[in-house]
Design a protein around this ligand. Sequence first.
Ligand SMILES: NC(=O)c1ccc[n+]([C@@H]2O[C@H](COP(=O)([O-])OP(=O)(O)OC[C@H]3O[C@@H](n4cnc5c(N)ncnc54)[C@H](OP(=O)(O)O)[C@@H]3O)[C@@H](O)[C@H]2O)c1
Length: 258
Amino acid sequence: MSQMKGKTLVITGATKGIGEAIATKFASQGVNIAFTYNSNAEIANKLAQKWEKEYGIKAKAYPLNILEPDEFKPLFEAIDADFDRVDFFVSNAMIYGRAVVGGYGKFMRLKPKGLNNIYTATVNAFVVGSQEAAKRMEKTGGGSIVTMSSTGNLIYIDNYAGHGTNKAAVEAMSRYAAVELGEMNIRVNAVSGGPIDTDALKAFVNYEEVKAETIKRSALNRMGQPEDIAGTVYFLCTEEASWITGQTIVVDGGTTFR
Ligand SMILES: NC(=O)c1ccc[n+]([C@@H]2O[C@H](COP(=O)([O-])OP(=O)(O)OC[C@H]3O[C@@H](n4cnc5c(N)ncnc54)[C@H](OP(=O)(O)O)[C@@H]3O)[C@@H](O)[C@H]2O)c1
């Protein structure tokens, strides 16, 4: 705990699901949390208060739309005013609903606008967010960056071509970042999750089917939960992972191989 106490995590999309579980894990270990929300301002502010009260850390929520990469610069400037350092950056937020029309669907229904939105939300958000984070990490001697990926770039998932290809792209981008940011003592990795029971998965038209299939495929005979991902993201940011960079860690309950 002492090694992480007083450091700062910046994470996008921590109002619920995997982002909330990651932020909770870091907060429980004494890490200060600067996190973003998109539509759920009230929930975000309540979470900040809860983490501050329960863990005695500083937590603050900021608005961000990952479809507008220009928002990252002012976001980090606002974080600079509230936090004295940035040690970790987790690119986690993901779009859904209208923004993914033409991006979430069968191959013959894919449209450039929907696909471009997913690219912006996945790859551009990782690049621009990591650039801003890296400038701050360099000042304090290094840090760790993690992007969320998914096993939908390794195995076929219905309607997931748009997301799956962009997760493959962000994994490749994270390896390039790892090589070039290494000289600043910044490590960059991806965590590729199997299906996790969150609102994003509930938005799948065949949610019940995916859930049943996941339990069937999992070597552990159960669905993935947000907390199953959080521990690996946390580990990658600790000194225990000091020589891990440019990697994708698959956290899938054994679902991908089967
Ligand atoms: N669930 C899975 O099965 C699974 C598996 C592997 C990887 N992943 C990845 O894990 C990450 C988190 O997924 P999740 O399942 O936890 O999602 P989720 O529960 O739906 O949460 C999505 C988060 O993204 C934020 N968000 C939505 N639209 C946004 C926008 N336009 N700009 C900025 N933020 C926005 C939401 O904020 P508001 O609530 O404020 O709107 C929320 O905090 C994603 O990268 C996803 O691809 C998920």
